[in-house]
Write a protein that binds this ligand. Structure first.
Ligand code: HEC
Ligand code: HEC
Ligand code: HEC
Ligand code: HEC
Ligand code: HEC
Length: 189
């Protein structure tokens, strides 16, 4: 009697338990993958600034505010001065614009929350990509439709390398594009 219970445990219960644990691990791994990569991250910002309104409806060029994209590593977030080019007049009585003016007058930096980020030990540079004709959408999705900015693409090492290996597949709109570097020191310098 004892022996058959042990047999049952070893032959059925143990493998079954291992199987169930393994399956649920695999499912959790894939389901939570995008989240771990930062995909879907959409922090609430201190001022309700809308890209959909400014960059979409009003059609303001990305570079009017993100002045670094063709020149340097960082795209740069605009200072309040740039907003005030218009908002000393536009909608100046609205609560969000009053808040904006308070930051402007106190000289305090707006504490925008960072959405996209690669770790310190990895090197990314906007200008080398943007100056080859790669558009913002290829890495950031359709910002012009976003009321609040959200990360929609993964920025893991594999995601960088996928495009570096087969740029034509990810950048079909470019007639000519070289492969990106795959050697470690290109991104870990
Ligand atoms: C009028 C100024 C302005 C214009 C025009 C503008 N942006 Fe922005 N952008 C901002 C500000 C301010 C932030 C920081 C607050 C936020 O995340 O919404 C920002 C944030 C971003 C971020 C997220 C940065 C992070 O923290 O990771 C991306 C990506 C971005 N903009 C892309 C674009 C693209 C693409 C365009 C053109 C289609 C564009 N922006 C046009 C002002 C602007
Ligand atoms: C080129 C001019 C221009 C610039 C630059 C600009 N805005 Fe605006 N913004 C407008 C106009 C015009 C409106 C009103 C549009 C409408 O309601 O149709 C507006 C609307 C807004 C609103 C909504 C106000 C409300 O409640 O009705 C906010 C918030 C805002 N802008 C924040 C910002 C911030 C923050 C920046 C800088 C990162 C900025 N804007 C830069 C022209 C500009
Ligand atoms: C090849 C992919 C790629 C392209 C193309 C790209 N970005 Fe980015 N962007 C990134 C990555 C990766 C980060 C995070 C960088 C970091 O943490 O240093 C980032 C961060 C940002 C940030 C916030 C931090 C910073 O660097 O100032 C803004 C704003 C931004 N991008 C705007 C833009 C705009 C506007 C364009 C188009 C003109 C653009 N990006 C094109 C990949 C890209
Ligand atoms: C959508 C495609 C795409 C993505 C995504 C992308 N890259 Fe690139 N990258 C390229 C291409 C294409 C080149 C080569 C440009 C050339 O030399 O013509 C390049 C070049 C580079 C270079 C070489 C710069 C130099 O100084 O020559 C570095 C470094 C780099 N990428 C880092 C990154 C990192 C880090 C990421 C991820 C966070 C990334 N890239 C994501 C397409 C991409
Ligand atoms: C095209 C750019 C690029 C190249 C080339 C590259 N890496 Fe990375 N690597 C990254 C980025 C971006 C990250 C951070 C995001 C992440 O953790 O996936 C990273 C993360 C890492 C990490 C930390 C991984 C982790 O899971 O925390 C290690 C280790 C690493 N890289 C080693 C290497 C080695 C070794 C090579 C050469 C065989 C290499 N990388 C080539 C961009 C690159």
């Amino acid at each position: 009697m004892k022996k058959t219970i042990l047999d049952y445990t070893l032959k059925v219960r143990v493998p079954l338990t291992i199987f169930v644990v393994a399956i649920s691990f695999i499912i959790t791994f894939y389901v939570s993958r995008e989240e771990r990569d930062g995909v879907g991250y959409q922090p609430e910002q201190p001022i309700h600034y809308s890209h959909k309104l400014h960059a979409g409806k009003m059609g303001i060029d990305c570079q009017y505010c993100h002045t670094g994209v063709t020149k340097e590593r960082h795209a740069l977030i605009p200072s309040v001065n740039i907003c005030m080019n218009c908002h000393t007049v536009a909608r100046k009585d609205r609560p969000e614009i009053i808040k904006l003016r308070e930051y402007y007058e106190s000289g305090k930096l707006l504490p925008w929350k960072r959405v996209h980020k690669v770790p310190e030990y990895a090197y990314f540079n906007h200008s080398v990509h943007v100056n080859k004709g790669i558009d913002c959408e290829s890495c950031h999705g359709n910002i012009r439709e976003m009321e609040v900015v959200k990360q929609v693409k993964s920025f893991t090492m594999n995601a960088c390398l996928d495009c570096h290996r087969e740029p034509q597949k990810y950048l079909p709109y470019l007639s000519e594009v070289k492969e990106g570097p795959k050697y470690c020191a290109a991104c870990h310098r």
